[in-house]
Write a protein that binds this ligand. Structure first.
Ligand code: ASP
Length: 439
């Protein structure tokens, strides 16, 4: 059994957290490959080391005084090292980093040092080998992740390495400069390592006990999702539920490796299993609810629209020309509505409307803003009668007017559009009917 374990920034923010992490790793021999983030926040107003590094680099690269900023970063690491009682000096490392900053080695290089240094500290504390990700994770000339080269080199490198720490978030370019993934990218590194060693499980340790059925800012103490499929996760994260970097699922998904979201501060909790497919019935008919505010519906009306070949294409072309992607497109006989992101749309509104008028000669165009979209997602819906009925009766009882309905053909999700003002009330009503009263 091989497990790859990734620990997020809050799991490694202080010596106290390092101790919890070491206990978790040492509790199972199978936890062989460890991917750390940089030290994150210790309390809510704290600053992540990654952000401190960006700031320090910005000062140094502009020729401004960066000494205090650098000292604050050193203090974070030495605070951890001293409290853990480690015999480790990072002075040479910090000298190189300072030279890199002054020599303008780049923002990515700067940010990556957070994970790099944390990897060195954690490897020393665990007694594991440290492997610099710049030597095993690669990007191509265009800055895209080079999956083939990485997998070949990384799997070879780890073949005879029993226990190792491989820092998250970065790798190297063909010209040997350092490049990072986007923010939160250590999740991706964990997934890449899991694929390379053909892990049985990728454990992603964070500060929550898994993915929640609904947003805790809306629902008080929502239930944890025990098992979710990759497809369901995609639907929910697209609608704003975040627990994992979006790109982290791709390397493991292809290999059929499951991801287990776990809580460093409550290791006894089982967390959430993210799997390709499962015969496990969901705890409730729905797996999760997520939603976003701030959509605009552009509704176009024209007599005999249904008989006009290419009408929809001409309308969508105007959105495309202006760089606006659409979310949903419900239609009637002589009407079609295009749902778009409000913020993106307002910037190009007049161009889009003029274009639609010019190319399709509609009878009228109506615009309605401040719409929220809510996705009710669940593999359990396919085999259950009346899910949509229950959603709409719950919304009706809560006095929420439904503006749009869209059920994907996979029967994996139902999306409803409501007024922004009804957003929270709608989520509460749906959560209540499926999870609290379990109807
Ligand atoms: N430390 C990086 C960030 O703050 C990467 C990560 O934590 O995954 O985004």
């Amino acid at each position: 059994m091989i497990k790859v374990v990734k620990f997020g920034g809050s799991s490694l923010a202080s010596a106290e957290q390092f101790k919890k992490v070491a206990n978790i790793i040492h509790a199972e021999d199978s936890r062989r490959y460890v991917v750390p983030s940089a030290p994150g926040k210790r309390f809510s107003d704290d600053i992540k080391v990654t952000d401190m590094l960006y700031e320090c680099y910005g000062l140094a690269a502009k020729g401004k005084d960066y000494q205090t900023s650098l000292k604050n970063i050193k203090d974070r690491y030495y605070g951890i090292i001293n409290e853990l009682g480690l015999d480790l000096s990072l002075e040479d490392e910090f000298k190189n980093i300072e030279a890199g900053f002054v020599g303008k080695s780049g923002r990515d290089y700067a940010a990556s040092r957070g994970e790099y240094l944390n990897g060195i500290v954690l490897a020393k504390y665990l007694g594991f080998e440290f492997i610099d990700s710049a030597e095993v994770i690669f990007f191509d000339d265009y800055g895209n992740f080079d999956a083939d080269r990485t997998n070949a080199v990384l799997s070879e490198r780890l073949k005879n390495t029993e226990y190792a720490v491989i820092p998250g978030f970065y790798g190297s370019m063909p010209n040997d400069t350092v490049k990072t993934f986007s923010r939160g990218g250590s999740d991706i590194t964990g997934s890449i390592v899991a694929k390379a060693v053909k892990a049985d499980l990728y454990e992603n340790w964070t500060d929550v006990s898994g993915m929640l059925v609904a947003d805790p800012r809306i629902i008080n103490n929502p239930k944890v999702i025990s098992t979710i499929t990759y497809k369901e996760l995609r639907e929910l994260s697209y609608m704003g539920a975040t627990v994992l970097h979006e790109d982290a699922i791709f390397p493991v998904r292809k290999e059929g490796i499951a991801i287990n979201i776990r809580n460093t501060n409550a290791p006894e909790d089982e967390g959430t299993m993210i799997v390709e497919s499962t015969s496990k019935k969901p705890d409730y008919t729905i797996t999760g609810i997520a939603g976003k505010r701030g959509f605009t519906a552009v509704s176009i009306e024209k007599d005999m629209m249904n008989a006009e070949l290419g009408f929809g294409r001409k309308v969508l072309e105007e959105f495309e020309k202006n760089g606006i992607s659409f979310e949903h497109m419900p239609s009637g006989i002589d009407t079609m509505s295009v749902f778009v992101n409000q913020e993106e749309f307002v910037k190009k509104e007049q161009e889009v409307l003029a274009g639609i008028h010019r190319n399709t000669h509609p009878d009228s165009i109506d615009i309605e803003s401040d719409i929220a979209l809510i996705a009710i997602v669940g593999r359990g819906m396919k085999s259950t009668r009346g899910t949509a009925g229950r959603i709409f009766s719950a919304l009706a009882h809560a006095h929420v007017n439904v503006k749009m309905i869209d059920q994907g053909s996979s029967e994996l999700n139902i999306i409803v559009g409501v007024e922004d003002a009804d957003f929270e009330k709608a989520i509460e009503a749906i959560y209540d009917i499926f999870v609290v009263t379990r109807l």
